[in-house]
Write a protein that binds this ligand. Structure first.
Ligand code: GTR
Length: 354
């Protein structure tokens, strides 16, 4: 029934299972970067990290069960220097620590969207990046990473929007995480809420070091299929937030039901790695049903790779449901657009499930 529903809506097939998945993966990623998000900047030069000295606050963080590290990342891009801060919360005296790289609205740790102590108590490390420390959330392309990259020139059709730049920042945090031997990169996830859920999916899709990408209530241009979507559409999102995307994306306004790709391409770009999508029952602007259907459509790729894809029933789930056991996972909780403790527990559960 769900497969027929998707076919009836004209959701494009991702892969026929012939040839090499990795080259097809690169093709679908290329489509998404060229048409929607813009290409991420090239690799940084002279990348280095500076850790602030521990103080009373950082030593006693989480009753001393974890250290809170304030780190500054610096590099050269486009011949110009750039730096941004982030925070790391790492359980003490542990090995093979699973971890999240959290792209957040504020640099604060803890934060309403980041129950850091609870993650530590469950054995997880978390890195948190305040997205505006990478570049502002508006059409100003002269500050932060955007300023360094564009240097005052106008953006071209496939130049990155802000989502791609925030994703690039989170990849630099991963560069730092990879230097810490106590962490377990096979249980690493990039995670974000809403616009930063869109960012987390793009970040994971374009960087194979992330074992998994997790989006919370990411909706339009995140996990949700455009076709027959409730709430936000391409026209609505590009009217208010044109700067999140590449300039060329505006040509798809009004074409949500016809465009040559859809958001299941973004989920599938994680294959053969893992992806987890979270929805909230009252978040009709994001459209939980279309976030779920996107997982159904993407799951086929893993099945064609002879891996467990998306093990769901043949119907749209009621809240509260969580689907584990495949390389694509999904959960819907009751309530509104928010990154809740309950959501975090589901994501920790997913990372524990493999
Ligand atoms: C809304 C936007 C959504 C979502 C949300 C958020 O205004 O329309 O796509 O990203 O913001 O980030 O909180």
């Amino acid at each position: 029934m769900l497969k027929e529903l998707l076919a009836g809506r004209g959701v494009p097939a991702i892969w026929d299972g012939t040839g090499d998945w990795e080259s097809r993966r690169r093709e679908i990623l290329d489509t998404l970067l060229q048409e929607e998000y813009g290409y991420l900047p090239p690799a940084p030069e002279d990348l280095h990290f500076e850790e602030a000295k521990e103080d009373y606050y950082s030593i006693n963080f989480c009753a001393g069960h974890a250290c809170l590290r304030r780190v500054v990342c610096s590099f050269t891009l486009n011949g110009k220097p750039f730096s941004f801060p982030f925070k790391a919360v790492i359980p003490r005296n542990k090995e093979k620590i699973p971890f999240f790289i959290h792209i957040n609205f504020t640099p604060d740790v803890p934060d309403k969207y980041l129950p850091a102590e609870e993650l530590v108590d469950n054995g997880f490390a978390v890195f948190s990046l305040g997205y505006k420390d990478v570049t502002s959330d508006d059409g100003d392309m002269t500050n932060g990473l955007a300023g360094v990259l564009f240097d005052g020139r106008p953006r071209e059709a496939s130049d990155p929007g802000k989502i791609a730049l925030w994703a690039y920042g989170a990849q630099r945090v991963m560069d730092y995480a990879m230097t810490l031997p106590e962490l377990d990169p096979t249980h690493s996830a990039v995670v974000g809420h809403s616009r930063l859920g869109k960012t987390a999916l793009l970040c994971g899709a374009t960087d194979e070091r992330f074992a998994c990408a997790i989006s919370n209530d990411s909706g339009c241009c995140g996990a949700a299929l455009f076709r027959e979507k409730e709430g936000e559409t391409i026209e609505k999102i590009t009217n208010v937030f044109p700067f999140w995307f590449c300039p060329g994306f505006a040509k798809y306004r009004g074409l949500d039901n016809e465009l040559p790709f859809d958001q299941h391409f973004l989920l599938a770009a994680m294959a053969p790695r893992r992806v987890f999508v979270g929805s909230a029952s009252e978040d009709s602007w994001a459209d939980p049903a279309n976030e779920f259907l996107s997982c159904v459509a993407a799951g086929e790729v893993w099945e064609k790779l002879c891996l467990p894809g998306f093990p769901c029933e043949d119907s749209i789930p009621e809240p509260t449901t969580a689907i584990y056991g495949g390389r694509v996972g999904y959960q819907i909780r009751e309530g509104r657009h928010f990154f809740s403790r309950q959501d975090w527990h589901r994501y920790m559960e997913f990372l524990r499930s493999f």
